[in-house]
Design a protein around this ligand. Sequence first.
Ligand code: PLP
Length: 432
Amino acid sequence: MRQSLENMYSQLGISPEVLSFGQETEEELKQRFARIDETVEYNQMKVIRAMQENRVSDIHFQGTTGYGYNDLGRDTLEKVYASVFHTEAALVRPQLTCGTHALAVALSANLRPGDELLSPVGKPYDTLEEVIGIRPSAGSLAEYGITYRQVDLLPDGGFDYEGIRKAVNSRTKLVTIQRSKGYQTRPTLSVERIGELIRFIKSIRSDIICMVDNCYGEFVEQREPSEAGADLCVGSLIKNPGGGLAPIGGYIVGKTSFVEQAAYRLTSPGLGKEVGASLGISGSFYQGLFLAPSVVGGALKGAIFAANLYERLGFPVTPNGSESRHDIIQAVTLGTPEAVIAFCRGIQAAAPVDSYVTPEPWAMPGYDSDVIMAAGAFVQGSSIELSADAPIKPPYAVYFQGGLTWYHAKLGILSSLQKLAEAGIVSLKDKR
Ligand SMILES: *Cc1c(COP(=O)(O)O)cnc(C)c1O
């Protein structure tokens, strides 16, 4: 058995040395993985219960066209999301084109000229800078007279409660809290910490809307931020909750009045949730949500495996090998451009799609250095599928995430190590 597995890995380009280094690393993670499986089990039951409660049936997988009036599949899916997230309402649509769009809709729907938006957790995700107008941009909130204030986290990663209290004023209408660190070095926030922050904000003024950017965080824990006081939670369906099957989409869940504002903004005043044809893709939204807890579990195992593997080799990793996890992103600081390129080529070589393609760094719009990206995905740009990217600049860190199955994530990480070993960047000889 062992022999034939080794043989199979060798056909995929993984040497016996790399494989056994990986197997030793995995051996030490048994307990960690068992705890992830417990979360997967809990969240799987949560999703099944939500589907049963809302009497999901095969008629819900039929699509509508045109206006999409009385789209039963769409409306029932929104009830299922509301059950999963424990919220009053949900907006789950293919017309929400991505996470950034869902966040932009939620923000612009619930803010009016003269209002102020506050981020108490530092700079938000890159694409949000243009939505807000931190970087001047056509159609930004700033252009509509909505101001923005930011309070950074303290050097130790804690909330600057004093600073937040000072920043809140009579115009503060909405607070945006990003759960994941995204591509920064700050810690990712646990649902518990998000709950503490929301309680503090509500203690200053209870009418401030608390919104959480939940991207990459769904199903990592047993509770979602909407169960810890968030008025709105927003995310992308080509990340965690789409389970790899949703071909497009975003969601906004929360209090009815705020979700309805978002629906009027997404479609039109007067129309709201009543329109928006599902075009026959509802089935993949349901099935993706059903698979999502397992898929997220696999991605988490991959992230933890990589952290431990590269930590053993002496590379700085964030989060580190033993930290608790609140999103699925893993950063590995490799220190040189050659290493970053080799790593990404390894991830690409392990993909089920486009494995024969060689990723190259290029000058991507919106970035101040060349960027290299590896992805061989069924859904283009899907980052719940195994993917990696890195700006070619110091400290030469690579960020990676996803993996629809744990064994694919494992192969991808072994393949990255294989490329590093072949390039002479790491040696496994003295490590075993
Ligand atoms: C991915 C991401 C977004 C943006 O989502 P897109 O689908 O890429 O537009 C926003 N915030 C965070 C934290 C993210 O990880």
